[in-house]
Write a protein that binds this ligand. Sequence first.
Ligand code: PMP
Length: 363
Amino acid sequence: DRRYSQTRCKWSLGTTELNPHSKQMPRSIPKICNNVLDAIGNTPIIRINNITRQEGILCELLVKCEFFNPGGSIKDRIAKRMFDDLEAEGKIKPGMTIVEPTSGNTGIGLALNASVKGYGLKVCMPVKMSKEKSDILKALGAEIIRTPDEDIFLDERLYFKVAEDSVRDDPNCYMPGQYLNPSNPLAHYDITAEEIYDQLDGNLDYLVVVTGTGGHLTGLSRKLKEKIPGITIIGVDPLGSIVHDPENIEIGEYLAEGIGGVIVPRTTYDDLVDRWYISDDQKTFDYSRKLIRYEGLLVGGSSGAVFWAAVQVAKGLDPSKRVLAIMPDGVRNYLSKFVSDRWMIQNDLMNINESKMIKIQGK
Ligand code: PMP
């Protein structure tokens, strides 16, 4: 059942009768924030120096570090926007319980809003997602329902089905529904893309993005294609996901969290992607570890997939070109996973040169 892949989004960015756009977020962090939600956004763009030398890259390679958001990921932005829009539409109010299917980061973003504004929160999260994420959610007061990992043949047990079922008969519960909710790509179309345009003075040749709900891929690509004619959008999807190729039935497992999937969400407009790169766990975690080791950037797993693709793109470009890759979350979510040498060895992912070093150090 690929219901979500059959129909493309009905809504359209920028052409609805009621103007859906909002730029409520401050363009700079205030000197004193009223609460933690004011600290969302305005994340730094950082130049890659050592890895470009190692890989023989001549062009400028930049990363936008979304793990600087207070909840630790790019999803803080959409959680705030969904809360703000739903409150403005009168669909939710303090005292209600928000229910959401999430790979964890949207849950953490929603939990920041729920804590500050006085809501309950219940998240449905596949078992594959890290214990770190569920511990953080628990500390933020969320109830967590662990669901089986995505499997197209077990549709009724998918995490978004479980979330939908639990709000159906309860008027005190509401599901923002990041896989369908226009506020998700709009957060990036209205704010993140404008931020990037300002930070780079409109000077960008390639944008490299990974996709989960497709929210940031869609919002960023749409706005930056409007503002920067000639920009090339590179989409990154893990081997085993069908997002880059919905007709593909070779669904496979991978360890990277929060990306790809067995459906194409309505929040993804993959016709905005000029070229897809297909990552795998080895490339993903090798490149996350490289960013940490050689650039001091404490990124998460999906960042490695995006960065691996960005390196492949950048390798063929001349010095006048500029490439930007979006780093969705940080290492805090994966301390027991890819940053642990033991976990890498257990999963047969430890790079041969790195394992030699560990043996020498261990002697
Ligand atoms: N990386 C990580 C770690 C994520 O949690 C997510 C969101 N599931 C993504 C990438 C993809 O972001 P989006 O939902 O905007 O496609």
